[in-house]
Write a protein that binds this ligand. Structure first.
Ligand code: PLP
Length: 414
Protein backbone atom coordinates (compact mmCIF):
# COMPACT_ATOMS: atom_id res chain seq x y z
CA UNK A 1 0.00 0.00 0.00
CA UNK A 2 1.30 3.45 -0.90
CA UNK A 3 4.60 1.87 -1.87
CA UNK A 4 4.96 0.17 1.54
CA UNK A 5 4.99 -3.53 2.40
CA UNK A 6 2.28 -4.12 4.98
CA UNK A 7 4.29 -6.87 6.70
CA UNK A 8 7.10 -4.34 7.20
CA UNK A 9 4.60 -1.79 8.50
CA UNK A 10 3.43 -4.36 11.05
CA UNK A 11 7.01 -4.92 12.24
CA UNK A 12 7.42 -1.19 12.78
CA UNK A 13 4.00 -0.16 14.14
CA UNK A 14 2.45 -3.37 15.51
CA UNK A 15 -1.15 -4.52 15.34
CA UNK A 16 -4.04 -3.87 15.37
CA UNK A 17 -3.39 -0.98 13.02
CA UNK A 18 -5.41 1.13 10.62
CA UNK A 19 -3.50 1.97 7.44
CA UNK A 20 -4.64 4.69 5.06
CA UNK A 21 -3.39 5.40 1.54
CA UNK A 22 -3.06 9.18 1.15
CA UNK A 23 -2.77 9.13 -2.61
CA UNK A 24 -5.94 7.09 -2.98
CA UNK A 25 -7.84 9.69 -0.94
CA UNK A 26 -6.37 12.56 -2.94
CA UNK A 27 -7.13 10.90 -6.28
CA UNK A 28 -10.72 10.26 -5.28
CA UNK A 29 -11.10 13.91 -4.23
CA UNK A 30 -9.74 14.96 -7.62
CA UNK A 31 -12.17 12.63 -9.43
CA UNK A 32 -15.12 14.12 -7.58
CA UNK A 33 -14.04 17.67 -8.28
CA UNK A 34 -13.50 16.94 -11.93
CA UNK A 35 -16.89 15.17 -12.15
CA UNK A 36 -18.65 18.30 -10.90
CA UNK A 37 -16.36 20.61 -12.86
CA UNK A 38 -18.57 20.85 -15.94
CA UNK A 39 -21.54 22.03 -13.90
CA UNK A 40 -19.63 25.21 -13.10
CA UNK A 41 -21.05 26.30 -9.78
CA UNK A 42 -20.55 23.45 -7.35
CA UNK A 43 -18.82 22.16 -4.24
CA UNK A 44 -17.78 18.74 -3.01
CA UNK A 45 -18.00 18.71 0.79
CA UNK A 46 -16.32 15.78 2.51
CA UNK A 47 -18.65 14.19 5.10
CA UNK A 48 -16.31 14.24 8.07
CA UNK A 49 -18.22 11.67 10.07
CA UNK A 50 -16.65 8.94 7.88
CA UNK A 51 -13.23 9.76 9.36
CA UNK A 52 -12.13 13.05 10.83
CA UNK A 53 -8.90 14.24 12.39
CA UNK A 54 -6.75 17.30 11.78
CA UNK A 55 -4.70 15.64 9.04
CA UNK A 56 -7.85 14.53 7.17
CA UNK A 57 -9.07 18.15 7.30
CA UNK A 58 -5.77 19.29 5.79
CA UNK A 59 -5.82 16.67 3.05
CA UNK A 60 -9.35 17.42 1.84
CA UNK A 61 -8.82 21.19 2.20
CA UNK A 62 -5.71 21.05 0.04
CA UNK A 63 -7.72 19.20 -2.63
CA UNK A 64 -10.27 22.04 -2.66
CA UNK A 65 -13.13 20.27 -0.89
CA UNK A 66 -15.52 21.71 1.67
CA UNK A 67 -16.48 19.89 4.87
CA UNK A 68 -19.61 18.58 6.58
CA UNK A 69 -19.54 18.44 10.35
CA UNK A 70 -22.21 16.93 12.58
CA UNK A 71 -21.07 17.85 16.08
CA UNK A 72 -19.16 20.39 18.11
CA UNK A 73 -16.28 17.93 18.26
CA UNK A 74 -16.01 17.67 14.49
CA UNK A 75 -16.30 21.45 14.18
CA UNK A 76 -13.58 21.97 16.83
CA UNK A 77 -11.31 19.60 14.88
CA UNK A 78 -11.89 21.53 11.66
CA UNK A 79 -11.26 24.87 13.39
CA UNK A 80 -8.01 23.66 14.95
CA UNK A 81 -6.90 22.36 11.57
CA UNK A 82 -7.53 25.84 10.16
CA UNK A 83 -10.27 24.69 7.77
CA UNK A 84 -11.82 27.53 5.73
CA UNK A 85 -15.14 27.98 7.59
CA UNK A 86 -16.79 29.46 4.52
CA UNK A 87 -16.80 25.89 3.19
CA UNK A 88 -18.22 24.21 6.31
CA UNK A 89 -21.78 22.86 6.58
CA UNK A 90 -23.17 21.88 9.98
CA UNK A 91 -25.67 18.98 10.00
CA UNK A 92 -27.52 17.07 12.69
CA UNK A 93 -31.03 16.42 13.96
CA UNK A 94 -30.41 17.71 17.49
CA UNK A 95 -27.62 20.24 17.64
CA UNK A 96 -27.28 21.82 21.06
CA UNK A 97 -27.43 25.55 21.81
CA UNK A 98 -23.72 25.41 22.59
CA UNK A 99 -22.94 23.74 19.27
CA UNK A 100 -25.04 26.25 17.34
CA UNK A 101 -23.33 29.16 19.12
CA UNK A 102 -19.96 27.71 18.26
CA UNK A 103 -20.94 27.37 14.59
CA UNK A 104 -22.42 30.87 14.30
CA UNK A 105 -19.37 32.41 15.99
CA UNK A 106 -17.08 30.48 13.67
CA UNK A 107 -18.96 31.86 10.62
CA UNK A 108 -19.69 28.46 9.10
CA UNK A 109 -21.07 28.73 5.59
CA UNK A 110 -24.42 27.14 6.42
CA UNK A 111 -26.26 25.39 9.19
CA UNK A 112 -28.54 22.67 7.86
CA UNK A 113 -31.79 23.09 9.80
CA UNK A 114 -33.46 19.86 10.74
CA UNK A 115 -36.48 20.72 12.93
CA UNK A 116 -38.89 23.48 14.01
CA UNK A 117 -37.23 23.31 17.43
CA UNK A 118 -33.93 24.18 15.77
CA UNK A 119 -35.41 27.13 13.85
CA UNK A 120 -36.40 28.72 17.16
CA UNK A 121 -33.17 27.78 18.91
CA UNK A 122 -30.91 29.08 16.14
CA UNK A 123 -32.98 32.23 15.79
CA UNK A 124 -32.47 32.88 19.50
CA UNK A 125 -28.74 32.11 19.34
CA UNK A 126 -28.29 34.54 16.42
CA UNK A 127 -30.34 37.23 18.12
CA UNK A 128 -28.17 37.02 21.25
CA UNK A 129 -24.97 37.10 19.20
CA UNK A 130 -26.33 39.85 16.95
CA UNK A 131 -25.46 37.84 13.85
CA UNK A 132 -27.29 36.59 10.78
CA UNK A 133 -26.76 32.95 9.78
CA UNK A 134 -27.28 31.29 6.40
CA UNK A 135 -29.25 28.05 6.53
CA UNK A 136 -30.26 25.15 4.36
CA UNK A 137 -33.41 23.16 5.06
CA UNK A 138 -33.01 19.40 5.33
CA UNK A 139 -35.84 18.05 3.24
CA UNK A 140 -37.07 14.51 2.85
CA UNK A 141 -37.99 14.01 -0.81
CA UNK A 142 -39.54 10.59 -0.24
CA UNK A 143 -36.78 8.72 -2.05
CA UNK A 144 -34.97 6.18 0.06
CA UNK A 145 -31.97 4.32 -1.21
CA UNK A 146 -29.81 1.73 0.42
CA UNK A 147 -27.29 -0.67 -1.12
CA UNK A 148 -28.82 -2.29 -4.18
CA UNK A 149 -32.36 -1.02 -3.78
CA UNK A 150 -34.20 2.22 -3.68
CA UNK A 151 -37.83 2.98 -3.03
CA UNK A 152 -40.04 5.95 -3.57
CA UNK A 153 -42.18 6.25 -0.52
CA UNK A 154 -44.77 8.46 0.97
CA UNK A 155 -42.79 7.72 4.07
CA UNK A 156 -42.64 10.29 6.82
CA UNK A 157 -40.92 7.88 9.19
CA UNK A 158 -37.42 9.35 9.46
CA UNK A 159 -35.77 11.16 12.35
CA UNK A 160 -34.17 13.57 9.88
CA UNK A 161 -35.55 16.75 8.39
CA UNK A 162 -38.84 17.96 6.99
CA UNK A 163 -41.06 15.92 4.70
CA UNK A 164 -41.75 17.58 1.37
CA UNK A 165 -45.01 15.90 0.32
CA UNK A 166 -47.09 16.86 3.35
CA UNK A 167 -46.13 20.56 3.29
CA UNK A 168 -43.89 20.43 6.38
CA UNK A 169 -40.78 21.52 4.50
CA UNK A 170 -42.64 24.46 2.99
CA UNK A 171 -43.85 25.48 6.44
CA UNK A 172 -40.27 25.38 7.73
CA UNK A 173 -39.07 27.63 4.90
CA UNK A 174 -41.94 30.07 5.50
CA UNK A 175 -40.96 30.25 9.18
CA UNK A 176 -37.29 30.83 8.33
CA UNK A 177 -38.18 33.50 5.75
CA UNK A 178 -39.92 35.51 8.51
CA UNK A 179 -36.83 35.55 10.74
CA UNK A 180 -34.55 38.56 10.59
CA UNK A 181 -31.64 36.45 11.86
CA UNK A 182 -31.82 33.51 9.45
CA UNK A 183 -30.98 33.71 5.79
CA UNK A 184 -32.60 30.95 3.70
CA UNK A 185 -29.99 29.71 1.26
CA UNK A 186 -31.45 26.51 -0.11
CA UNK A 187 -32.31 22.86 0.26
CA UNK A 188 -30.52 19.75 1.42
CA UNK A 189 -31.38 16.08 1.17
CA UNK A 190 -29.47 12.87 1.82
CA UNK A 191 -31.22 9.76 0.62
CA UNK A 192 -29.17 6.91 2.06
CA UNK A 193 -25.85 5.10 2.04
CA UNK A 194 -24.01 2.51 -0.04
CA UNK A 195 -26.04 3.47 -3.14
CA UNK A 196 -24.99 1.82 -6.40
CA UNK A 197 -27.39 3.50 -8.80
CA UNK A 198 -27.84 6.94 -10.32
CA UNK A 199 -31.64 6.81 -10.59
CA UNK A 200 -32.46 7.53 -6.94
CA UNK A 201 -30.22 10.63 -7.03
CA UNK A 202 -31.93 11.79 -10.23
CA UNK A 203 -35.38 11.26 -8.71
CA UNK A 204 -34.40 13.15 -5.57
CA UNK A 205 -32.87 15.98 -7.62
CA UNK A 206 -36.04 16.40 -9.71
CA UNK A 207 -38.22 16.35 -6.65
CA UNK A 208 -36.08 19.03 -5.01
CA UNK A 209 -36.10 21.24 -8.10
CA UNK A 210 -39.89 20.93 -8.38
CA UNK A 211 -40.07 21.89 -4.73
CA UNK A 212 -37.70 24.84 -5.27
CA UNK A 213 -39.97 26.12 -8.05
CA UNK A 214 -42.95 25.80 -5.75
CA UNK A 215 -41.42 27.76 -2.87
CA UNK A 216 -40.31 30.45 -5.29
CA UNK A 217 -43.85 30.80 -6.60
CA UNK A 218 -45.63 30.55 -3.26
CA UNK A 219 -43.20 32.19 -0.84
CA UNK A 220 -41.05 34.29 -3.16
CA UNK A 221 -37.83 32.77 -1.79
CA UNK A 222 -34.99 31.55 -3.97
CA UNK A 223 -33.18 28.25 -3.63
CA UNK A 224 -29.65 29.34 -4.45
CA UNK A 225 -28.02 26.16 -3.13
CA UNK A 226 -29.07 22.58 -3.73
CA UNK A 227 -27.23 20.01 -1.63
CA UNK A 228 -27.94 16.43 -2.70
CA UNK A 229 -26.01 14.66 0.06
CA UNK A 230 -23.70 11.67 -0.14
CA UNK A 231 -24.15 7.92 0.02
CA UNK A 232 -22.11 6.75 -2.98
CA UNK A 233 -21.39 3.03 -2.66
CA UNK A 234 -18.00 1.36 -2.33
CA UNK A 235 -16.82 -2.20 -2.82
CA UNK A 236 -16.84 -4.14 0.43
CA UNK A 237 -17.50 -7.53 -1.19
CA UNK A 238 -17.37 -8.81 -4.77
CA UNK A 239 -21.10 -8.25 -5.39
CA UNK A 240 -20.70 -4.52 -4.76
CA UNK A 241 -20.26 -2.67 -8.07
CA UNK A 242 -19.68 0.99 -7.35
CA UNK A 243 -19.95 3.57 -10.11
CA UNK A 244 -17.26 6.19 -10.62
CA UNK A 245 -17.70 9.77 -9.34
CA UNK A 246 -18.17 10.81 -12.96
CA UNK A 247 -20.97 8.31 -13.41
CA UNK A 248 -22.77 9.35 -10.24
CA UNK A 249 -22.18 13.07 -10.11
CA UNK A 250 -21.56 13.92 -13.73
CA UNK A 251 -24.93 12.45 -14.70
CA UNK A 252 -26.91 13.95 -11.84
CA UNK A 253 -25.32 17.38 -12.37
CA UNK A 254 -26.25 17.29 -16.05
CA UNK A 255 -29.80 16.32 -15.14
CA UNK A 256 -30.04 19.21 -12.68
CA UNK A 257 -28.75 21.62 -15.34
CA UNK A 258 -31.20 20.39 -17.99
CA UNK A 259 -34.16 20.20 -15.63
CA UNK A 260 -33.59 23.74 -14.35
CA UNK A 261 -33.56 24.90 -17.96
CA UNK A 262 -36.90 23.25 -18.78
CA UNK A 263 -38.38 24.84 -15.64
CA UNK A 264 -36.83 28.20 -16.57
CA UNK A 265 -35.04 28.32 -13.22
CA UNK A 266 -31.59 29.71 -12.49
CA UNK A 267 -29.07 26.96 -11.85
CA UNK A 268 -28.47 26.64 -8.09
CA UNK A 269 -25.05 26.04 -6.59
CA UNK A 270 -24.83 22.24 -6.45
CA UNK A 271 -23.25 20.40 -3.52
CA UNK A 272 -22.49 16.73 -2.98
CA UNK A 273 -21.23 15.24 0.27
CA UNK A 274 -19.35 11.97 -0.19
CA UNK A 275 -17.83 10.47 2.94
CA UNK A 276 -17.43 6.71 2.72
CA UNK A 277 -16.39 6.72 -0.94
CA UNK A 278 -13.54 9.17 -0.32
CA UNK A 279 -11.90 7.42 2.58
CA UNK A 280 -13.39 3.91 2.83
CA UNK A 281 -11.51 2.05 0.07
CA UNK A 282 -8.31 3.91 0.98
CA UNK A 283 -8.03 2.07 4.29
CA UNK A 284 -7.31 -1.41 5.61
CA UNK A 285 -6.94 -2.80 9.12
CA UNK A 286 -4.06 -5.13 9.98
CA UNK A 287 -4.25 -7.74 12.74
CA UNK A 288 -2.31 -10.60 14.26
CA UNK A 289 -4.09 -13.92 14.63
CA UNK A 290 -4.08 -15.38 18.15
CA UNK A 291 -6.37 -18.13 19.40
CA UNK A 292 -7.87 -20.56 16.91
CA UNK A 293 -10.94 -22.59 17.83
CA UNK A 294 -12.12 -25.34 15.51
CA UNK A 295 -15.48 -26.82 16.46
CA UNK A 296 -15.74 -29.88 14.16
CA UNK A 297 -18.70 -29.76 11.78
CA UNK A 298 -19.81 -26.46 13.29
CA UNK A 299 -17.43 -23.56 12.74
CA UNK A 300 -13.80 -22.53 12.80
CA UNK A 301 -13.06 -19.31 14.65
CA UNK A 302 -9.87 -17.35 14.49
CA UNK A 303 -9.46 -14.57 17.02
CA UNK A 304 -7.56 -11.40 16.22
CA UNK A 305 -6.11 -8.67 18.41
CA UNK A 306 -8.81 -6.16 17.40
CA UNK A 307 -12.59 -6.34 17.50
CA UNK A 308 -15.81 -4.38 17.75
CA UNK A 309 -14.07 -1.62 19.69
CA UNK A 310 -12.17 -0.63 16.54
CA UNK A 311 -14.64 -1.93 13.91
CA UNK A 312 -18.22 -2.16 15.20
CA UNK A 313 -19.81 -2.43 11.74
CA UNK A 314 -20.36 -6.18 11.68
CA UNK A 315 -21.73 -6.21 15.21
CA UNK A 316 -23.95 -3.20 14.44
CA UNK A 317 -25.42 -4.21 11.11
CA UNK A 318 -23.81 -7.40 9.86
CA UNK A 319 -21.49 -5.50 7.54
CA UNK A 320 -19.44 -7.77 5.29
CA UNK A 321 -15.79 -7.41 4.33
CA UNK A 322 -13.15 -8.95 2.13
CA UNK A 323 -10.21 -10.36 4.06
CA UNK A 324 -6.82 -11.92 3.32
CA UNK A 325 -3.63 -13.00 5.04
CA UNK A 326 -1.18 -10.16 4.50
CA UNK A 327 1.84 -12.44 5.01
CA UNK A 328 0.52 -15.25 2.74
CA UNK A 329 -1.38 -13.40 0.02
CA UNK A 330 -0.43 -15.82 -2.76
CA UNK A 331 -1.71 -18.97 -1.06
CA UNK A 332 -4.95 -20.66 -2.05
CA UNK A 333 -7.99 -20.11 0.14
CA UNK A 334 -9.25 -23.50 1.28
CA UNK A 335 -10.84 -22.90 4.68
CA UNK A 336 -14.08 -21.28 5.70
CA UNK A 337 -13.34 -19.08 8.69
CA UNK A 338 -15.20 -16.78 11.06
CA UNK A 339 -13.13 -13.92 12.43
CA UNK A 340 -13.76 -13.07 16.05
CA UNK A 341 -12.68 -9.98 17.93
CA UNK A 342 -11.25 -9.99 21.46
CA UNK A 343 -14.13 -8.22 23.21
CA UNK A 344 -16.26 -9.93 25.86
CA UNK A 345 -19.37 -10.06 23.72
CA UNK A 346 -20.56 -13.04 21.66
CA UNK A 347 -21.57 -10.73 18.83
CA UNK A 348 -18.03 -9.39 18.51
CA UNK A 349 -17.23 -10.67 15.02
CA UNK A 350 -15.44 -8.90 12.18
CA UNK A 351 -16.36 -11.23 9.32
CA UNK A 352 -18.32 -14.45 9.02
CA UNK A 353 -17.71 -17.43 6.72
CA UNK A 354 -14.86 -15.98 4.70
CA UNK A 355 -12.35 -18.08 2.76
CA UNK A 356 -8.68 -18.07 3.81
CA UNK A 357 -5.61 -20.30 3.47
CA UNK A 358 -5.12 -22.60 6.51
CA UNK A 359 -4.57 -19.96 9.19
CA UNK A 360 -1.90 -20.25 11.87
CA UNK A 361 -1.55 -18.24 15.05
CA UNK A 362 0.83 -15.37 14.33
CA UNK A 363 -0.44 -14.81 10.77
CA UNK A 364 -1.38 -11.28 9.79
CA UNK A 365 -4.95 -10.77 8.76
CA UNK A 366 -5.98 -7.79 6.66
CA UNK A 367 -9.54 -6.50 6.39
CA UNK A 368 -10.13 -4.29 3.36
CA UNK A 369 -12.13 -1.08 2.92
CA UNK A 370 -12.04 -0.02 6.56
CA UNK A 371 -11.09 3.62 6.00
CA UNK A 372 -14.61 4.92 6.70
CA UNK A 373 -16.80 4.42 9.78
CA UNK A 374 -14.19 2.36 11.62
CA UNK A 375 -11.87 4.72 13.50
CA UNK A 376 -14.71 7.27 13.63
CA UNK A 377 -16.98 4.70 15.31
CA UNK A 378 -14.34 3.18 17.57
CA UNK A 379 -14.72 3.06 21.35
CA UNK A 380 -12.75 1.98 24.40
CA UNK A 381 -15.11 -0.92 25.10
CA UNK A 382 -13.48 -3.33 27.57
CA UNK A 383 -10.93 -0.54 28.01
CA UNK A 384 -9.26 -1.71 24.86
CA UNK A 385 -7.10 0.92 23.22
CA UNK A 386 -8.22 2.45 19.93
CA UNK A 387 -5.54 1.59 17.34
CA UNK A 388 -3.50 4.33 15.71
CA UNK A 389 -3.77 5.26 12.04
CA UNK A 390 -0.72 5.13 9.81
CA UNK A 391 -0.79 7.17 6.62
CA UNK A 392 1.20 5.69 3.75
CA UNK A 393 2.39 7.58 0.69
CA UNK A 394 5.27 7.12 -1.77
CA UNK A 395 6.93 4.41 0.31
CA UNK A 396 6.67 6.38 3.56
CA UNK A 397 4.55 5.37 6.55
CA UNK A 398 3.77 7.88 9.31
CA UNK A 399 1.29 8.21 12.14
CA UNK A 400 -1.77 10.27 11.29
CA UNK A 401 -3.21 9.41 14.69
CA UNK A 402 -0.83 8.26 17.43
CA UNK A 403 -1.46 5.16 19.57
CA UNK A 404 -3.67 5.59 22.61
CA UNK A 405 -2.11 4.80 25.97
CA UNK A 406 -3.64 3.42 29.14
CA UNK A 407 -3.05 6.85 30.67
CA UNK A 408 -5.19 8.37 27.89
CA UNK A 409 -8.14 6.22 28.86
CA UNK A 410 -7.70 6.92 32.57
CA UNK A 411 -6.91 10.61 32.55
CA UNK A 412 -10.50 11.71 33.08
CA UNK A 413 -11.15 9.20 35.85
CA UNK A 414 -11.89 10.96 39.15
C1 PLP B 1 -23.58 10.40 6.36
C2 PLP B 1 -23.89 11.58 5.55
C3 PLP B 1 -23.19 11.81 4.38
C4 PLP B 1 -22.12 10.88 3.85
O1 PLP B 1 -22.60 9.63 3.56
P1 PLP B 1 -21.58 8.54 2.89
O2 PLP B 1 -22.43 7.32 2.79
O3 PLP B 1 -20.46 8.38 3.83
O4 PLP B 1 -21.18 9.11 1.58
C5 PLP B 1 -23.49 12.96 3.66
N1 PLP B 1 -24.43 13.82 4.09
C6 PLP B 1 -25.13 13.62 5.23
C7 PLP B 1 -26.14 14.60 5.65
C8 PLP B 1 -24.90 12.49 5.99
O5 PLP B 1 -25.60 12.30 7.11
Amino acid sequence: MGGCDTTEIIKKFGTPLYVLDENYIRNTCKEYISALGEYGNGLIAYAGKALLCKKMCKIVASEGLGLDVVSGGELATALQAGFDTSKIYFHGNNKSRQELEMAVKANVHAIVIDSFFEIDLLNDVCKKLGKKQAVLVRSNPGVEAHTHHYIQTAKVDSKFGFFVDDGTAEKAIATIAKSSFLNFLGLHCHIGSQIFEVTPFELAAKKMIDFAAKVKAKLGVTVSELNLGGGFGIEYIDEDRPLTPKEYIGLVAKQVKDYCKTKDMPQPKLIFEPGRSIVGPAGVTLYTVGAIKDIPNVRKYISVDGGMHENPRHALYQAQYKVALANRLDETCTEKITIAGKCCESGDMLARDVMLPPVKSGDNLVIFSTGAYNYSMASNYNRNLIPPIVLVNKGKAEYMIRPQTYDDIMNRDV
